[in-house]
Design a protein around this ligand. Structure first.
Ligand SMILES: Cc1cc2nc3c(=O)[nH]c(=O)nc-3n(C[C@H](O)[C@H](O)[C@H](O)COP(=O)(O)OP(=O)(O)OC[C@H]3O[C@@H](n4cnc5c(N)ncnc54)[C@H](O)[C@@H]3O)c2cc1C
Ligand code: SF4
Length: 341
């Protein structure tokens, strides 16, 4: 049985108190929301904080509501994935995000896991998400306690996979993330939040808390879709994920289109060149094929998670086509995961 190490558990009721605890204990403290990822990681001794700062009593970090003008939707970082997925506001305005939240893990984990924890999720790797004994037998690795990367074998960079389902959608939707820290609040576009360092892959300082997410609602022609590739249709992390968001005019022509893929490297990748191909065009077979080809050319999965990288790359075209067909209203909604057979 894997046991937790001894630690002190704090339960502040305000963001200010939580930030003060994190700042006071420095690197020896971590925030915890649902604990669905942090607890297993602590049992694997990937993190051994002396102080855990639970965010669960902070009422100000809950709620889903439109701004008074209706231009933005605010989602509190403590909203559970189950609640985000079921929220009528999220479903109406951002169906791709609602689907993504509803595809994380399984029902129990979605009832505990929060959208804030999902955004701040640690990266994953075959050589990292293992017990201390397993990792020690291999001499550890750059991300934790070692000096080499078993994936690249050369280089001083960790390329563990960004594996959270909601961030690609938040990036494609142009969301802003609000962080509270000892110096006050700051907002970062979701597109700038992630960096290519798999060891700590966000711009969040260790004593900052993600308090809320603000998403622009967009016009009546906005549509969004999400596809997730995974080993089984339940519980598994993504092997590849694709979020697509498009604005369409009254004739069905594309005004703007964004695509984001993830689970390939340490941060989600914004697909370049989609507007050049699609703006002014209807999202038909030819345009969808060209967008899928452009995506394929930009994606090179690494051997950082257990499933064959070449097959994951081949599936980029497939998943992008399916996401775009859904955006174009062609595929119906027959489920949005592909399982590995
Ligand atoms: C079996 C299994 C399957 C899973 N499958 C998936 C999957 O398919 N897709 C997926 O995306 N995830 C998956 N997860 C991971 C996890 O359940 C979800 O990502 C969940 O959303 C994490 O939220 P949480 O509130 O439990 O985060 P926690 O575990 O509490 O925290 C996760 C990390 O974020 C930090 N953190 C949490 N909240 C905040 C905050 N508000 N501000 C700053 N830092 C914060 C914590 O310090 C920690 O580092 C899976 C987990 C398990 C155990
Ligand atoms: S990518 Fe390399 S350094 Fe990062 S967790 Fe995997 S083996 Fe370790």
């Amino acid at each position: 049985m894997l046991r937790l190490h001894p630690f002190r558990y704090h339960r502040p009721e305000t963001v200010e108190d939580a930030v003060a605890l994190l700042a006071g204990f420095g690197d020896d403290a971590m925030p915890m929301a649902g604990g669905t990822d942090l607890m297993p990681n602590m049992k694997h001794r990937l993190f051994t904080p002396g102080h855990l700062v639970s965010l669960n009593r902070i009422a100000a970090m809950r709620g889903v509501a439109l701004s008074p003008t209706g231009s933005h939707l605010r989602i509190g970082a403590l909203e559970t994935l189950a609640d985000v997925s079921a929220s009528p506001l999220v479903r109406r305005h951002f169906p791709g995000l609602a689907d993504a939240a509803g595809l994380v893990a399984g029902p129990q984990l979605r009832n505990m896991g929060t959208i804030g924890g999902n955004v701040c999720l640690d990266t994953r790797c075959t050589y990292y998400n293992q017990t201390e004994f397993w990792r020690g037998a291999l001499g550890h690795c750059l991300k934790k306690d070692g000096t080499v990367c078993h994936v690249t074998r050369v280089g001083a960079k960790c390329v563990a996979a960004h594996s959270a389902d909601t961030p690609p959608n938040l990036i494609a939707l142009g969301a802003g993330l609000t962080l509270a820290g000892p110096g006050g609040d700051r907002t970062i576009p979701a597109a700038d939040f992630f960096i290519t360092d798999g060891i700590w892959n966000t711009r969040r300082a260790r004593d900052e808390i993600l308090t809320e997410i603000r998403i622009p609602v967009g016009g009546p022609g906005r549509r969004s879709a999400y596809r997730k590739l995974r080993q089984r249709h339940s519980i598994d992390f993504p092997l590849l994920s694709v979020a697509a968001v498009g604005d369409f005019d009254e004739n069905g022509a594309v005004e703007r289109i964004n695509g984001v893929v993830s689970a390939l490297g340490a941060r989600p990748r914004v697909l370049a060149g989609w507007d050049e191909i699609a703006v002014g065009e209807r999202l038909g077979r030819r345009v969808i094929g060209a967008l899928a080809d452009r995506a394929y050319a930009q994606c090179r999965p690494l051997e950082n998670i257990i499933v064959d990288a070449e097959w994951r790359r081949a599936m980029v075209r497939v998943c992008v086509k399916r996401a775009l067909s859904e955006l174009a209203g062609k595929s119906g909604r027959q489920g949005n995961t592909e399982a590995k057979s």
